[in-house]
Design a protein around this ligand. Structure first.
Ligand code: ISE
Length: 336
């Protein structure tokens, strides 16, 4: 496609607001043409910030609108799959925030719709794939300089924000990122998971404050995904890959280390919007470029589907207190 990509944005919460600002301010080939939110005042405010985009109260109407070339979905998680499917059925490229779906059945429907259309239209918002630190660590591991990759680790500490969260929410909303990183950075599929967790309090045994998922890869490599749902001090994400002769690890914080008055200080980012600021921008630029080029790139609906497959097994494992096997079907040819 040539010229400007007219983007319709569904959802203007923290994430949607950030995407709108990134597209409007920093992606030259994008025009934020339409905004939808059930909160009309918030939609109007974001539309005004983006130079007077059209405001919709119905997401399906925005997807169908002739002035919308492509759609960015930043609505609550439970709406993602149905909206992504509508975009695919309308033949419009879509950047769908993670998770692609909150369950395997819904993710399957998105993949089936895309396969039926015969071409990729969906990119899933696994923005860590656009984070320079993650990309550099993967490059080191892929180069083979530290031998075969044997162990993947990730630590994901969230800010104080959520309150009591059930295991299903921590896994499908937070750990889903770590699951994607574990597949993408190691370049192979997970065959079995084993989850343990600690509830927030004895009054809420169904809640999950700390979650640890052990991964067994098909090759025999291992992984651990550790998530603190409410670390209480700020936001950190760290990944490392241990090879036969070395370890590559990302720095959990982007801020500089300051030494002063016999102390060493480092500022901790408040949340993912700060920590992954560059990643979100890179993601938006790459997505719009892929539309201009007519060739979807980045994390696919298949990645979104397999991630939720692993997430589902991780939840089952945690609830049953036993390991659960993951059967990943053959990848349809449109996903390469
Ligand atoms: C949030 O929705 C995100 O996507 C963040 O990247 C993640 O760290 C956080 O846990 C999620 O709630």
């Amino acid at each position: 496609m040539s010229g400007t990509v007219n983007v319709g944005l569904v959802g203007t919460g923290g994430m949607g607001g950030r995407h709108a600002a990134n597209l409007n301010d920093s992606v030259a080939a994008a025009n934020v043409a339409a905004i939808m939110d059930v909160d009309a005042a918030r939609a109007e405010a974001v539309a005004a910030r983006c130079g007077g985009a059209a405001v919709y109260s119905d997401a399906e109407a925005l997807i169908a609108a002739p002035e919308v070339d492509a759609v960015l979905i930043a609505a609550p998680d439970r709406f993602h799959a149905a909206l992504a499917r509508s975009c695919v059925e309308a033949g419009k490229p879509v950047l769908c925030e993670k998770p692609l779906a909150t369950n395997v059945a819904d993710a399957t429907l998105v993949v089936e719709a895309e396969v039926a259309g015969g071409r990729r239209l969906v990119q899933v918002g696994f923005m860590r794939q656009y984070d320079p630190a993650h990309v550099a660590a993967k490059e080191v591991s892929d180069s083979g300089e530290q031998g075969k990759a044997l162990i993947f680790r990730s630590v994901h500490n969230n800010p104080e924000k959520y309150g009591i969260r059930p295991l299903v929410d921590v896994v499908t909303n937070s750990i889903i990122h770590d699951i994607h990183s574990a597949r993408w950075m190691m370049g192979e599929e997970v065959a079995r998971v084993n989850t343990a967790y600690i509830p927030s309090s004895s009054d809420h045994p169904e809640s999950a404050r700390f979650v640890m998922v052990q991964l067994h890869y098909r090759s025999g490599a291992l992984g651990t995904l550790e998530c603190n749902s409410e670390a209480g001090y700020g936001y950190e994400v760290m990944v490392s890959i241990t090879g036969e002769t070395g370890v590559v690890q990302t720095s959990p914080l982007q801020s500089p280390v300051v030494r002063r008055s016999n102390a060493r200080r480092q500022w901790v980012e408040a949340d993912w919007l700060q920590r992954f600021q560059i990643a979100y921008l890179n993601e938006a630029q790459a997505w719009v470029q892929s539309i201009v080029d007519g060739q979807a790139t980045g994390p696919s609906a298949w990645d979104g589907y397999v991630s939720i497959l692993v997430a589902d097994a991780s939840i089952e494992s945690g609830l049953k207190g036993m390991p659960v096997d993951v059967e990943v079907p053959d990848r349809p040819t449109i996903y390469g």
